[in-house]
Design a protein around this ligand. Structure first.
Ligand code: ZN
Length: 244
């Protein structure tokens, strides 16, 4: 009886502590399980992130390889160390830049390829599009390959502003040149066909002065240099001219 009483007494005294202990134990076990689950999740997340980063690095590496391959293949992106003697024009990089309706290829460029005295472009202008009104201190010769349009030319560089330009119809198999510093614009006035032409300029790279309209003073024309297609290679100094 005495032992039984003692047991009851002990149980009575220690029951709350035992309950608390068991409860705390369960809480601890749950916490440990939760931490383990989170650790596993974190491990999985870290593993997935590592895999994603790995894939991204692979894609980046492949993109770099691809762009290097393209640049080498068409020899047109800042290939100042030289380009192949013969190239397929259809493999040379073509771009519209921020000019709607334009397709531009730098066939031979000063900044792009290291040419010293001439630069050649191949361009197509969609119906209703053309060049901005501009002037430059280099000679420029056009050869129209396909389509038709209008050359607007203001030979008034001695006045304060260009004034009303003369209009010259241009057509397939025609050629025209722009005298140095004359303000001009080439426009595709044919509603049905693209205007394709080859452009040859002297003293590259070209520094163009752009006009908002024909009454804008020459002094207010905005310098555009480098031109859109020269921006990629602008970090490279133009090649020194040869002594003639
Ligand atoms: Zn021009």
């Amino acid at each position: 009886m005495l032992q039984s009483d003692l047991q009851i007494y002990v149980n009575y005294i220690f029951f709350p502590f035992r309950t608390l202990y068991l409860r705390a134990n369960r809480v601890t076990e749950r916490s440990i399980a939760k931490v383990k689950r989170e650790a596993q999740t974190n491990q999985t997340t870290i593993f997935l992130q590592a895999r994603i980063m790995g894939c991204e690095m692979l894609i980046l590496f492949a993109a770099l390889l691809f762009s290097a391959a393209v640049a080498t293949a068409d020899g047109s992106l800042c290939a100042t160390d030289g380009i192949p003697i013969v190239r397929n024009i259809s493999e040379i990089t073509q771009d519209s830049f921020p000019i709607p309706g334009l397709s531009h290829i730098t066939v031979a460029g000063a900044l792009a390829h290291g040419f010293k005295e001439v630069e050649i472009w191949l361009e197509t202008v969609a119906p209703g599009g053309g060049t901005p009104i501009h002037r430059h201190s280099c000679e420029e010769v056009f050869v129209v390959l396909k389509g038709s349009g209008t050359l607007y030319l203001a030979s008034n560089s001695h006045l304060k502003y260009p004034g009303t330009p003369q209009e010259f119809p241009i057509f397939a198999n025609s050629t025209f040149h722009i005298p140095v510093n004359d303000v001009h614009r080439v426009w595709n006035t044919n509603e049905h066909e693209g205007l394709h032409f080859l452009v040859v300029i002297s003293r590259p790279p070209m520094k163009a002065f752009i006009y908002d309209d024909w009454s804008m003073p020459h002094s207010a024309a905005k310098l555009k240099f480098p031109l859109f297609w020269d921006e990629k290679c602008y970090h490279q100094a133009p090649p020194a001219k040869d002594e003639l």
